[in-house]
Design a protein around this ligand. Sequence first.
Ligand code: FAD
Length: 549
Amino acid sequence: MAGSAFVTHEVFNQVPPLGDVDLWNDDLALQAAVAAFGTSDAEEIASLAAFGERWGSAEMAEFGRLANENPPKLRSYDPHGYRVDRVEFHPAYHALMRESMAAGIHCSTWGRDARLAKPGAFVARAARQMMSAEVEQGHQCPIVMTHAAVGALLAEPALLRDWLPKIRSCDYDPSFQLPSLKMSVTLGMGMTEKQGGSDVRANTTRAEPDGNAYRITGHKWFMSAPMSDAFLVLAQAPGGLTCFLMPRVTPDGAMNALDFKRLKDKLGNRSNASSEVEFQNAYAQRCGPEGEGIKTIIRMVALTRLDCVIGALGILRSALMQAIHHIRFRTAFQKKLVDQPLMRAVAADLCLEREAALALGLRLAQAFDRPDDEDEIVYARLMTPVAKLYVCKMVPAFVYECLECLGGNGYVEENPMARLYREAPLNAIWEGSGNIMALDFLRGGAREPEAAQRLITKLAREANGLPNARAAIEQIQKSLSSGNREAHARRAVEALAQLASAAALAAYAPAVAEAYATHRLGGIAGRNYGDALPDDLALDLMRRSFARA
Ligand SMILES: Cc1cc2nc3c(=O)[nH]c(=O)nc-3n(C[C@H](O)[C@H](O)[C@H](O)COP(=O)(O)OP(=O)(O)OC[C@H]3O[C@@H](n4cnc5c(N)ncnc54)[C@H](O)[C@@H]3O)c2cc1C
């Protein structure tokens, strides 16, 4: 206030709030990748544009903030001592769920018979998921698991027939009652136990046949989204490890015997509830044959792994947008930061990294859009763990570098960067952490060596002529043919991810592909961002990543 006794100085050179952004129209790189690997259908593009405008609004960003600053609470009992077993969420969480479900992120790839809904459905969905992840990641957990659950349900047609219509409904319904009385349902997954998450064969939870259903007793150490209407759960049946569908409410309308012990106090992902739970003779139905639990649930996990990549891409873009916005406005040493050569080098290198990851992620989504093409099936199978390891693992270092672009302002909780930083490691951990992904790729390659070799040859052909492509291929082959393949698996997978990124970029952005290959392929990247690029390319990369001036 002018004339106030407390005025010591004028505030200046602080960056204006980001305000409303357009997550589609301002992201030229995303538009180009969708056009290359997905759809150019005018109606779909218009819908993506509307989605990007809505999700970029300051109102949606505020929902994201509120949902994370007011994390869910477990209410086990009502005031009179009766069990209620509810998780209470802030209204902002419900608003995010409602909007994501209205846009069909939980189901849009599935047609009435669980076949692909339409050409390009996976890529269009990936674009929406990525844009929503730019705003809020926690609520995506139930969205992603609901979508992926269809993969497991395909193993049990009767369950699929009962659940698919409610899964395909876009009217969010958080009520806790029989699924048949609800407008829509969400599903979760329970695999991880105290003694092991990667090695689920060590599960001790038991399943006893009971008429045409089963009774399950045991525990899960991490089971997210406990307000889901049902969970795909692994348990030891008489015939071995088996997948089950465990509803929250039994068919007679009673509350199922899921005893939620507590919610995890997590580093990030705070809007999402993740529980520790015990099953006390809980009702469940078998999903797939006894003894084929891993084979069944892996069809769900393959889909959630794709979504981990896409979610990670959302975090990359969100952090990058904040960084570019900041350096365009902030002045230091008489120049805008963006005009300081070293800051420009850092920002452009970040854009290059993100654009290559985006190309890889959407190229992977394209493979899921082509379930009848043998080569694409191989691409999806082998490149999902590769992309998950590579893209998810880059997020913490990437977000940290973006955070540092904001200087001290990046380190305070009022800024979304702190939330992004806490969220950054998660996509790499769940659904199979880094080493497990590398080993998964090795196992897949060993099971079908000819298909794996064909894939590498195809990528080499697509990247042919790019700088360092030959060195990258040699690096991959050397790591794969080493005597101790497991110990070399990380390097092989990273080199393959970089080659596949360059190959994907080459399909639609040759200048970006050339720069990426020059600065990444063949193991030549530095440990930190900041490779200098030609000035016009640097500016173009920044414009492609965030077009708003
Ligand atoms: C926020 C959050 C939510 C979650 N939600 C769910 C959920 O809803 N449902 C669910 O089922 N799980 C959930 N999880 C669990 C998650 O999937 C597991 O934590 C993850 O799979 C790893 O299992 P673990 O924690 O038992 O680690 P471990 O299996 O003990 O692995 C520890 C480390 O060892 C490495 N490792 C394991 N085996 C090998 C090997 N052979 N060679 C080399 N390295 C190896 C792993 O890569 C990892 O880095 C959640 C986790 C988090 C953090």
